[in-house]
Ligand binder design. Structure first.
Ligand code: PMP
Length: 405
């Protein structure tokens, strides 16, 4: 079940380059993974041979484009364990998927209704609800976390009340790596008759997702984090729930019939996909999903756990370094601060050694405030990273330590 890293790395052209005179060590996977060859080639085939608009065409290229795009929807449905590809709505990414739920389900919320999130959400699962709070007077409730970055599940369950209309939580934190107990959250919310949206942006790249088994009502993730293209993402919605939602954006493809007297709308998923979709993105995402399933999430999870263990040890050996996010159940994300070294400087000095990490608030400002740090440096690992990458990070940080004193 172990991974052949040479074979895997050969599937990622961007990994094989020098940056600042050093071999690239790419540890910014939580922001964006590299794209696999299968995805690049699927996009190229479409652009070179099948490029046409979808759905309305009778000619051969239009039919080819339509079948390739709908095959992409099937591939994504399999990737998520959805019962039907009709449950897969294409968006620009996780952010747009969450906004779609806020802009449809949210339109039925009234003043005093509550949306429950956690303290470790990405801004994209905070701000859409704040906009809804402004428009409709809803109230945002926030479940607390402890100093390690572990969600207080009992407190979250206790915050589910008669006015809760949606529980919307991150499955895996992009800043901390914390994996939340989403099955328990779904169970507790459903016991109270409340639907659940899972932000799977950081889970989908690392573990097999099974939305049917999880029972969640909505699931969002982004193509660019699962070895696919940018500008494409997914909202999974449980079929019965999608069928009840009003349209979001208006335009072509989302209608059944249009007249000036009144317009009727298409069934999901078309109802939520106004305008020409990101056809090449969908095709590239489908190929990436199939590629990841082919590698196998058991092997991916096992290797990433080894990388996480090794990286944690290497980091803890750097004088003055403090890990931010020490939950017992973590994905391969390592955030840290280094005494006397601003996170941005760490990022720049590592880049000079070819090591790519991210520095900043990672779009989780309320979380940073809760943990009392303005910013962290973050090394995030994918299954194509090696133990040499871990060592390069360690060497790089010892050098940073020397430079900054
Ligand atoms: N949620 C989480 C947990 C994320 O890590 C990200 C991306 N950093 C997003 C949402 C937003 O994803 P996107 O920018 O692809 O819409």
């Amino acid at each position: 079940m172990s991974l052949d890293l040479a074979v895997i790395r050969a599937q990622f052209p961007a990994l094989h380059q020098q940056v600042n005179g050093e071999p690239l060590v790419y540890l910014d996977n939580a922001a964006s993974s590299q794209v696999c060859r299968a995805s690049i080639e699927a996009v190229r085939t479409f652009e070179e041979q099948d490029k046409s608009n979808v759905h309305r065409g009778v000619h051969t290229l239009a039919q080819r484009a339509t079948s390739a795009m709908e095959a992409g929807r099937e591939q994504v449905a399999r990737f998520l364990g959805a019962r039907s590809s009709d449950e897969i709505v294409f968006t620009r990414g996780t952010t747009e998927a969450i906004n779609l739920v806020a802009g449809t389900l949210g339109q039925s919320f009234v003043e005093g209704d509550e949306v429950l999130i956690t303290h470790m959400e990405h801004h994209s699962n905070i701000v859409p609800w704040q906009l809804l709070a402004r428009q409709r007077g809803i109230v945002l409730k926030v479940a607390p976390i402890d100093d390690r970055g572990v969600l207080d599940l009992a407190a979250l369950v206790g915050l589910i009340g008669p006015r809760t209309r949606l529980v919307s939580v991150v499955q895996t934190s992009n800043t901390l790596g914390t994996r939340n107990p989403v099955a328990e959250i779904v169970r507790a919310a459903h016991d109270a008759g409340v639907p659940v949206l899972l932000d799977g942006a950081q889970a989908a790249p690392h573990e097999a997702v099974d939305v049917a088994a999880l029972g969640c009502d909505f699931y969002a993730f982004s193509g660019h984090k699962v070895c696919g293209p940018t500008g494409i993402g997914v909202l999974y919605g449980r079929r019965e729930l999608l069928a009840e939602l009003p349209p979001w954006q208006g335009g072509g493809d989302m209608i059944e019939r249009v007249s000036f007297q009144g317009t009727t709308f298409a069934e999901p998923p078309a109802r939520f996909e106004a305008g020409t979709p990101n056809i090449s993105g969908i095709i590239g995402l489908g190929a990436a999903c199939d590629y990841l399933r082919g590698v196998g999430f058991d092997a991916i999870a096992q290797w990433e756990a080894e990388l996480l263990d090794a990286a944690t040890q290497v980091l803890q050996a750097v004088p003055g370094l403090r890990m931010i996010g020490t939950a017992p159940d973590k994905a391969s994300v390592c955030s840290f601060v280094l005494e006397g070294a601003p996170a941005a400087d760490i990022g720049t000095l590592l880049d000079m050694q070819g090591v790519a990490v991210r520095a900043g608030h990672h779009c989780t400002e309320p979380l940073m405030e809760r943990l009392g740090v303005p910013a962290t440096a973050r090394a995030s690992f994918a299954f194509y990273n090696t133990m040499d990458d871990v060592e390069a990070l360690g060497r790089g940080l010892h050098k940073v330590r020397k430079i900054l004193g």
